[in-house]
Write a protein that binds this ligand. Sequence first.
Ligand code: KG4
Ligand code: ZN
Length: 347
Amino acid sequence: MSTILAIETSCDETGIALLQQKERAIVVQASAVASQIDVHALTGGVVPDVAAREHTQVIIPLLQSVLVQANIKIAAIDAIAVTVGPGLMPALSVGVQLARTVAYRFQKPIVPVHHIEGHIYAALLQENEKGREYHVPDAAFPVLALIVSGGHTLLVYMKDHLQYETIGTTRDDAAGEAFDKVARLLELPYPGGPHLAQLATQGNAQAFALPRPMIHADNFDVSFSGLKTAVLYLLRDNPHANKADVAASFQQAVVDTVMAKLTKAVKQYQPQTVLLSGGVAANVKLRDAAMQLGQTQQCKVRLSPLQLCGDNAVMIGQAGLYAFAAGRIATWQAVDPIARVPLEQFS
Ligand code: KG4
Ligand code: ZN
């Protein structure tokens, strides 16, 4: 049985969680996320130094509240899992510095975790009836993971746990970034993704013919900047266009684009399991499309639980437990934040 303290500060959510592995079940003893959305809404985007200041303000009280809620003393934990990258350097530094301080003071090992492996492992968790414990049903390998968030759009092939091969990515904007930029064009509140999805429920997805970029290209990469520009021109040329129709048509174009690449990858790589995670994995249309893919391609599709799609520390703890069991540990001196780092480096 291992107990792990997990820390996430790569962008604009401060996450702290305590997880316990009991045989095959993972139990979340306590978890807290402090969102900075209200602060960044003022500037319409995340300013790295502002994010770091906000993390610094809340992280110690958040740690304290999670320890109290779980009724666990730091001395009783086995390791500290922390997101070391990729992310905003000043933001990452706050979490890494807390991990180093706790590791030094209590002589605990640190498990460095890549933010994206956290997202991937969130899709291996499943909430039970009590809403607090998360069981880990076996994931059949090979696995194909689609991670769609505000900062990343990645297709990752895994022949086993902790073995990552990135087979596709975005050439420009990430899927969530495209949602947020188009939401801004539609004058929706920040961050726009969920607002755009909500507006799209009232619109006709066939109303406007928008491009599905790179859909026929012979690779697993996607591109969204052209789609965003197409929406910009659409609104310029049709100032009275029904916004719900624009939102629905745009959302459908994104879903079709990522699903085309995912389907192509499933046919080529023949995975046993497909995972969907990241902030945009909360999108209902995308979740439905992924579930349908499971039926047509005969593979098991696992969706990240809704409350774990956005950034949180539970996912970092979950990946951290696997990495800890595999012996990925470092001393407090050896752990540094890294703004850009490939997932493969954590294999
Ligand atoms: O994973 P996440 O919390 O942060 C990053 O690591 O980037 O993802 C946040 C992104 C934002 O761009 C947000 O607009 C988008 O996920 N998002 C959505 C939905 N919910 C969140 N996009 C589309 N539909 C949604 N329902
Ligand atoms: Zn993320």
